[in-house]
Design a protein around this ligand. Structure first.
Ligand code: UD1
Length: 349
C-alpha cells in the first residue's frame, strides 16, 4: 500500500483534488491510501467548505488554519505546519496541485525531507515573474519527481527548462471534472465575469477599467453576473466603484460555477481555471490579463487577451459575442486522474 499526502489550500485545489480522490476511492482503494492536508489558505465557507461538500472530497485529516497574511508569513506558517506533519507520519509521496502559496510550501517542506513530490498541473508558464503563481510553479516543478503536464505546451515548457525526467502528459484533471459533472444546458442571454488576480484588484486603474467595461456591457441590456472573490469585494467597497448595473453574487459553488460557465454567452475572467472550463463547454472568453498560461485557447480563437484595458475588453467582447468557433480537444480524454495514479504507483511500488 502506497501512502500519499495530498496538500491543498486554495479553492481551485480542492476542485482539482476531487477528481483524483474520486478515482483513488473507486479504482485504487487497495493500492493507494490518501490523506489530505488543508493549509487553511482559504477559510471562508464559500471559498473552501462548500467544495468539499459538493464534490464529495473527504474531510481533511489535517488543517493548519494558516489564514491570510503577507506571502512570506503565510508561506512560512505553512512550511512549518507541513514539516511537522511529515516528520510525524511517514508518507511515501506528497501530491500537490497548481501554483498557489500552498503548493510552494508543500514543495519546500517535502523536498527538504526527501519525500518525492508529484505535481499536478506542471509545466504551466505565463513568463510573467510579477505573478506570485509563476514563482510558485517554477520552484515546485524544479523540486518534483513526477511532473503531470496537462497539455503538449506544458511538456514543451518543461523541456525548455531542461526538465524531461518524470514528465508525463496526463491530460487535465479539470477536464475529468468538467465531463463528470456535466449537465445539459442552453446558452442564455447573460455574460459571466470574475476578477481576483492581484494585478487587477490591487491596481486601482485596472480595477476601474474592468468595472467600467462590465458596467457598459450591462448597459447594452446584457445581464452581467459577477460572483465576487472576497478580496475584490473589499477593493470595490474601498474605492466606492459604481456597480449598479452588475448582478453581483457571492462566490459560487463548483456546480453553480459550471452551470454559469456553460450557459453564459461570453465569459470575462482573469482566472486560469474559469478560462479553461469555459473552453471545455464551448463558451468564448475575454481574458482580463496581459498573457495566459493556456495559450491553446488563444490559438484556437476561442479566447482573446484584453488585459485590464477598457477599449480592448469592449472590442474583444463584441468580437466573441457573435462568433462561431471551434473548441478542439486539447486537454486529454477525461481520464487524467487514472493516468496520474498509475504513474505514481509505477514510481513508488
Ligand atoms: C489564491 C492563489 C491564486 C488562485 C486563487 C483562487 C496564491 C499566491 N494565489 O489567490 O493563484 O487563483 O487563490 O481563489 O496562492 N480571503 C478571504 N477569505 C478567504 C480567502 C481569502 O476573505 O477564505 C481574502 C483575504 O483578504 C486575503 C485575500 O482574499 O488576504 C487573498 O487571499 P490569498 O489566499 O492570499 O490569495 P488569493 O487571491 O485567494
Amino acid at each position: 500500500m502506497v501512502h500519499l499526502l495530498t496538500i491543498i489550500g486554495a479553492r481551485p485545489q480542492i476542485i482539482k483534488a476531487a477528481a483524483f480522490s474520486r478515482v483513488v476511492r473507486e479504482q485504487f482503494a487497495g493500492r493507494i491510501e490518501e490523506h489530505i492536508l488543508h493549509t487553511g489558505q482559504h477559510y471562508d465557507a464559500n471559498m473552501s467548505e462548500v467544495f468539499f461538500r459538493e464534490l464529495g472530497v473527504p474531510a481533511p485529516d489535517y488543517n493548519l488554519h494558516v489564514g491570510s497574511a503577507s506571502h512570506g508569513v503565510q508561506t512560512a506558517r505553512m512550511i512549518e505546519g507541513i514539516e511537522a506533519v511529515l516528520m510525524q507520519t511517514r508518507y511515501d509521496g506528497v501530491l500537490v496541485y497548481g501554483d498557489t502559496n500552498s503548493t510552494l510550501a508543500a514543495a519546500v517542506a517535502a523536498s527538504k525531507l526527501q519525500i518525492p513530490i508529484f505535481h499536478v498541473e506542471a509545466g504551466l508558464r505565463s513568463y510573467n515573474m510579477s505573478m506570485p503563481e509563476e514563482i510558485n510553479r517554477i520552484v515546485c516543478d524544479r523540486l518534483s519527481s513526477l511532473l503531470f503536464a496537462p497539455t503538449a505546451t506544458a511538456v514543451r515548457n518543461l523541456e525548455k527548462e531542461g526538465m524531461t525526467r518524470g514528465v508525463v502528459q496526463s491530460g487535465d484533471v479539470m477536464y475529468d471534472n468538467a465531463l463528470y459533472y456535466e449537465t445539459a444546458a442552453l446558452k442564455d442571454k447573460f455574460v459571466l465575469a470574475t476578477v481576483h488576480r492581484p494585478a487587477n484588484t490591487d491596481n486601482e486603474v485596472h480595477l476601474r477599467s474592468i468595472i467600467r467595461a462590465l458596467q457598459d456591457i450591462a448597459k447594452t441590456g446584457m445581464e452581467v453576473v459577477v460572483p465576487l472573490h472576497p478580496r475584490t469585494k473589499k477593493r470595490i467597497e474601498d474605492l466606492r466603484l459604481n456597480t449598479d448595473d452588475l448582478r453581483i453574487i457571492e462566490p459560487a459553488s463548483f456546480l453553480e460555477m459550471l452551470a454559469l460557465e456553460k450557459n453564459a454567452s461570453v465569459v470575462l475572467t482573469d482566472s486560469g481555471g474559469v478560462q479553461k472550463e469555459a473552453f471545455f463547454y464551448g463558451t468564448p472568453c475575454v481574458i482580463l490579463r496581459p498573457e495566459t498560461e493556456w495559450v491553446e485557447i488563444i490559438d484556437a480563437g476561442a479566447g482573446i487577451l484584453a488585459d485590464a484595458d477598457y477599449e480592448r475588453i469592449i472590442a474583444a467582447y463584441r468580437m466573441l459575442e457573435n462568433k462561431r468557433m471551434a473548441f478542439p480537444h486539447l486537454f486529454g480524454d477525461g481520464h487524467a486522474s487514472e493516468k496520474i495514479a498509475e504513474e505514481i504507483l509505477r514510481f513508488l511500488e
